[in-house]
Design a binder for this molecule. Structure first.
Ligand SMILES: [Mg+2]
Length: 348
């Protein structure tokens, strides 16, 4: 199977905010092959990543053969090397992620298998999910047994706010539920220790992104002081090269690569294998979306998939059609070939 064309678009999202965060600048990548398969992938990086795919990667990939997981891995290495002058991290790798995922989708369709089955042993078919967002009551109604809440430090009152949030989640979701905080780099070491102390009676599974990804040494030291709370992070890191730095610093108990940003399934597999050696757990960022879900199903990632649920009745764009919906807080992997999703043409 040879690549006959490769292209990317930035969708016309309807529900946008004046910031990259609403739709996270996610792009759609399409690959066509000489055997008639169309592969779809999701990457990050917005219009800049679209330019990288259309203006560079497509020129050097047409004609290349991608008949196996190992040929996709070689293609990844080729694109990584070719983009080194402007790449290695950030938008170039977000673009590469979309290409990698499109190639996996095409290969799955060519071999009539879900992507997870291309990766080897599918050890998980039904995966436990956690809901990300503030709407605890809604998540409880839907049957979720785990919630991650956003918290931003805005001064001393933030400690009481965090305690209130955590206590109400614990009450609504039950004693066995997992409760986590994503603080999006708004705490420092001292605040993290204060929070660990203030929240100890609630039982918190992890603190996420307490410092920036440039503070790996400090995170590595802090990690041991907040036991039994786990230190989580990694959504802002790229490729196995980047995660090697995390491993060296011992920065996190839980690694959270974003499969549409960190380099796709190819990078996800390499990162998961590195995590095993580092005795870290892997819980991909947005792992309940198809891209992460197939990796979780067939790798050593934890049985714990993130769904960014937001709030009840909030309007949002549905970019990918056919993705599994959570039932009682679990997602089931389907049998459809590739990733089993198609882009919503209305947004392209
Ligand atoms: Mg996060």
């Amino acid at each position: 199977m040879k690549i006959t064309s490769l292209s990317a678009v930035y969708p016309s999202y309807q529900h946008t905010a004046p910031s990259w965060r609403t739709n996270l600048w996610q792009i759609v990548v399409r690959v066509e092959t000489d055997t008639g398969q169309t592969g779809w992938g999701c990457g990050g990086g917005g219009k800049a990543a679209v330019e990288i795919v259309n203006g560079h990667f497509s020129e050097i990939l047409v004609g290349r053969s991608v008949d196996s997981v190992s040929e996709i891995s070689d293609t990844w290495d080729f694109l990584y090397t070719e983009s080194i002058p402007y790449g290695r991290k950030g938008i170039a790798i977000m673009a590469l992620s979309g290409v990698d995922l499109a190639l996996y989708d095409a290969l799955g369709k060519a071999e009539a298998k879900p992507v997870a089955a291309l990766l080897g042993n599918v050890s998980k078919r039904r995966m436990r999910c956690y809901a990300t967002g503030p709407d605890t009551d809604w998540y409880a109604e839907l049957g979720f047994t785990a919630q991650k809440m956003s918290h931003r430090w805005t001064g001393d009152r933030s400690v009481d706010q965090a305690v209130e949030m955590a206590e109400s989640a614990r009450t609504a979701l039950g004693p066995d539920a997992e409760v986590m905080f994503d603080v999006y780099m708004s705490w420092d070491s001292e605040i993290t220790l204060r929070m660990a102390d203030a929240l100890s009676h609630v039982g918190i599974h992890w603190f996420e992104d307490v410092l920036t990804p440039d503070d790996l040494q400090e995170l590595g030291a802090l990690r041991w002081k907040i036991r039994p709370i786990n230190m989580a992070g990694g959504e802002h890191e790229f490729t196995a090269h980047g995660f090697a730095e995390i491993a060296r610093a011992g920065a996190y108990d839980i690694w959270q690569p974003d499969i549409t940003w960190c380099g796709g399934i190819t990078a996800g597999l390499r990162i998961a294998s590195m995590a095993r050696a580092a005795k870290a757990e892997v819980v991909p960022h947005r792992g309940g979306e198809p891209w992460g879900l197939h990796l979780i199903a067939a790798s050593g990632c934890e049985d714990f998939a993130e769904l960014v649920m937001g709030t009840r009745n909030a309007e949002k764009d549905v970019m990918w059609l056919g993705a599994p919906e959570p039932v009682n807080g679990y997602l089931e992997l389907g049998d459809a070939h590739g990733f089993g999703v198609d882009p919503n043409e209305e947004l392209l």
